[in-house]
Design a protein around this ligand. Structure first.
Ligand SMILES: NC(=O)c1ccc[n+]([C@@H]2O[C@H](COP(=O)([O-])OP(=O)(O)OC[C@H]3O[C@@H](n4cnc5c(N)ncnc54)[C@H](OP(=O)(O)O)[C@@H]3O)[C@@H](O)[C@H]2O)c1
Length: 265
């Protein structure tokens, strides 16, 4: 697939997977719309991409505030002649046991990871359907395929996103839209530092599994390959984090036994 001059809207572009996708896709000639909450940081990132501000845009938004997004949408969409690819990537994780976790944490995870994805897709999809062309990519997680300790809210939000994308794929296939769901395992980014604890505060420390996870550039290269190959769903991870959904599918009792014994951080 030729990404030259394709307009690609990427959420979570200030860090980790979104930042790396922005760099790799810009290097392949795409024009990037960079989104996250931190406008200053996004502007700095945009200026360092090839072509800088003459080719790329910043659209600061809070995924947990869909009303603001809907209000901003007409002015934002007027800036770009079309959006060829939407990458719903922005999100937050969790490291806390269900019984200890405040209800507000479950709400926050759903608002950012699930409703934020639905809201931005609502903004972008009508233009794609009108043009009968477009790709919607959503970054779920291996946690959207299997459950494990410390992630009851995160997993719920990521399962929700998988179901959303399955429905969207069915509804938009006839309109020429392609929907790709990406389920990464442990990828070395700041996701662990930013993960919410039982009180809903970022835990502010590294986890062993994330620190030893797949390099973010390797992960993003695989995401771009999956876009090019028009895959519907891809699981990207090394070791147990890549194999877990398959183990659970074929050996559910064994998988459930393991996940009750182990605690992955
Ligand atoms: N790394 C992994 O091991 C892993 C595994 C599976 C799935 N994932 C998924 O991959 C995606 C990217 O995560 P990452 O690993 O790159 O983590 P990261 O380095 O912590 O980046 C998260 C990104 O999401 C943005 N974000 C967070 N809350 C937001 C909000 N309310 N509104 C708008 N943007 C928001 C952040 O930007 P601002 O702070 O600037 O707003 C940041 O750019 C997430 O959906 C995550 O669940 C990651």
């Amino acid at each position: 697939m030729n990404f030259t001059d394709k307009i690609i809207w990427i959420t979570g572009a200030s860090s980790g997977i979104g930042l790396e996708l922005s760099k790799q896709l810009a290097a392949r000639g795409a024009k990037i719309i960079l989104s996250s909450r931190r406008a200053d940081l996004l502007e700095k990132i945009r200026d360092e991409l090839p072509g800088g501000k003459s080719r790329h845009w910043v659209a600061a938004l809070d995924l947990a505030d869909p009303e603001a997004l809907f209000a901003q949408a007409p002015a934002l969409l007027a800036k770009f002649e079309s959006v060829d690819i939407l990458i719903n990537n922005g999100g937050i994780s969790q490291r806390s046991l269900f019984l200890e976790t405040d209800f507000s944490v479950f709400r926050r995870l759903m608002e950012v990871n699930y409703l934020g994805t639905v809201a931005l897709t609502k903004v972008v999809l009508p233009g794609m359907v009108e043009r009968k062309s477009g790709i919607v990519v959503t970054i779920s997680s291996v946690a959207g395929k299997i459950g494990s300790k410390l992630r009851s809210g995160y997993s719920g939000s990521k399962y929700a996103v998988v179901g959303f994308m399955d429905c969207l794929r069915a509804e938009t296939k006839q309109s020429g839209i392609h929907c790709l769901t990406v389920c990464p395992g442990f990828i070395k980014t700041d996701i662990d530092i930013n993960s919410l604890n039982a009180e809903g505060k970022p835990q502010q420390h590294r986890d062993h599994a994330t620190e030893n996870g797949m390099a973010v550039d390797v992960c993003c290269n695989k995401i771009i390959n999956a876009i090019e190959q028009h895959q519907d769903e891809v699981i990207i991870g090394q070791g147990i984090s890549g194999l877990a959904p398959t183990i659970r599918r074929f050996f559910p009792t064994f998988f459930n036994y393991l996940s009750a014994r182990k605690e992955y951080r």
